[in-house]
Design a binder for this molecule. Structure first.
Ligand SMILES: Cc1cc2nc3c(=O)[nH]c(=O)nc-3n(C[C@H](O)[C@H](O)[C@H](O)COP(=O)(O)OP(=O)(O)OC[C@H]3O[C@@H](n4cnc5c(N)ncnc54)[C@H](O)[C@@H]3O)c2cc1C
Length: 416
């Protein structure tokens, strides 16, 4: 069978699945994408839309210790639901072991390179399509209330300079001169100049439409029950209704649920579902001119046309725990210390979704060694919107046995 005729199944129509499909179609594959939901509810639609090049992983020096202190603070960005859970305990221990300076610097080198590749991917996809997603390559601001936070943020941003990314310190008055949205309490910001923002829902849905127009089949309301094996080789999938689909290759891009499907065929991709929330607001008199993170709270803020999205909180509560309303409300109460009018604006939407978080802080991208025919793209935690297009390209390159644009053991599925 010629390379042109390969049929590839993609499980998951989030940013990882759709981006993989884009680069597979580009190589002449016949692509079928399967998702149990409409393209509306996944993390890839509800995230904050910061395309944050050089974003650090969760595994930073000192974070695991800080996390323990945060567990007892109701307003902290992290919440771990206390429970007896072997998977969670193993994940936390592995996470703690990776919060070292040497792991951090190694991961940053890879993440920065992946980020740079992803920015190119976004720009070429947007140039080739008519996707209207409010893409703004004007950077984002790490906005601080305290001088000490500004100093710390500036020091962290210094690491990115080593990898060719630019940042600049901006004082509070300069921010307010540009946009009256910022309160007088804001002391300044570190501006990450190379980064971008977009409306994630508009990009994801737009990419899906473009894929269909180029010949991909997208089946929503279509749950994959299991991955099918013949010996060790992955042959396709069986759907919940019993239908079996076969393909030359299968891409597992089912977000945090990828581990459940992998377990059924004897693999593990240990991840924790880290829930976050967003609240969309309209009716603000003044909006920040670009995306920002409210430094002391880790809340991400993005303006999309007339809507301001506040997103944040990292909750390790397992799946399907009830929403924590005070954490949702905290988005606007904490946000109002930085931005005028967010506590009185009209709330148009509230949402919660899961980040797929590996214990070493790194995505899992590429071929699965013990299961020929299977490729994986997951584990992008807080960076999936940023890195998804580049990871999708790496997956397509792996399937077509082409030299990868980036090759790192820190991304490899072989590490599990
Ligand atoms: C509050 C919040 C804010 C965020 N902000 C940012 C940000 O500003 N910038 C950034 O880069 N990242 C951000 N992220 C992270 C980013 O959203 C994720 O890393 C990314 O969306 C993960 O994409 P994915 O394709 O791996 O998974 P998902 O988007 O979760 O997609 C997986 C898909 O697989 C489907 N699926 C699962 N199981 C099955 C099955 N058995 N059969 C069929 N389909 C299945 C699901 O329905 C889903 O549609 C944020 C996340 C959250 C929660």
């Amino acid at each position: 069978m010629s390379a042109q005729e390969r049929h590839i199944l993609v499980i998951g129509a989030g940013i990882l699945g759709l981006s993989s499909a884009w680069y597979l179609l580009e190589r002449g594959a016949r692509v079928t994408i399967l998702d149990r939901e409409p393209i509306r509810d996944a993390a890839s639609c509800g995230n904050a839309g910061l395309i944050s090049l050089g974003h650090p992983p969760l595994t930073r020096p000192g974070v695991s210790i800080q996390g323990l202190k945060w567990m007892f603070d109701k307003r902290s960005p992290l919440y771990i639901k206390p429970r007896l859970d072997g998977d969670l305990a193993r994940w936390l221990w592995t996470f703690h072991r990776h919060c070292t300076r040497s792991h951090y610097e190694g991961t940053m080198e890879v993440l920065c390179e992946l980020g740079r590749l992803s920015a190119d991917c976004f720009e070429s996809i947007l140039a080739e399509t008519a996707i209207d997603c409010d893409w703004q390559r004007r950077g984002w601001d790490d906005v601080c209330l305290h001088e000490s936070s500004l100093d710390h943020a500036e020091e962290e941003a210094g690491l990115l300079a080593r990898f060719g990314f630019h940042s600049e310190r901006v004082d509070g008055d300069a921010l307010r001169a540009e946009a009256p949205a910022y309160t007088d309490a804001v002391r300044g910001a570190i501006r990450f100049e190379d980064s971008a923002t977009l409306s994630p829902q508009a990009f994801t849905a737009g990419l899906a439409r473009e894929l269909e127009a180029r010949g991909a089949t997208i089946r929503t309301d279509c749950t994959v029950e299991t991955i099918l094996l013949r010996g060790d080789r992955v042959e396709g999938v069986r759907l919940e209704d019993g239908e079996e689909l076969t393909a030359e290759a299968t891409v597992l891009a089912a977000g945090v649920w990828s581990d459940q499907l992998a377990r059924a065929i004897g693999l593990r991709i240990p991840m924790q579902p880290a829930r976050g929330y967003h609240r969309d607001l309209v009716g603000l008199e003044s909006m920040p001119p670009r995306g920002c993170v409210l430094n002391e709270t880790f809340i991400a803020v993005s303006p999309f046309h007339d809507t301001l999205r506040l997103a944040g909180t990292l909750e390790l509560s397992g799946f399907d725990a009830p929403w924590l309303d005070d954490r949702l409300a905290h988005l606007t109460t904490a946000g109002s210390r930085y931005l005028r009018g967010v506590d009185t604006a009209t709330v148009t939407q509230e949402w919660a979704g899961y980040r797929p978080c590996t214990a070493d802080g790194m995505p899992v991208v590429g071929a699965v060694p013990r299961r020929p025919g299977l490729y994986v793209g997951t584990g992008h935690a807080m960076m999936g919107m940023t890195l998804g297009p580049a990871s999708g390209r790496l997956i397509a390159e792996a399937i077509y046995e082409q030299a990868p644009a980036l090759d790192s053991p820190l991304l490899a599925a072989a590490r599990y």
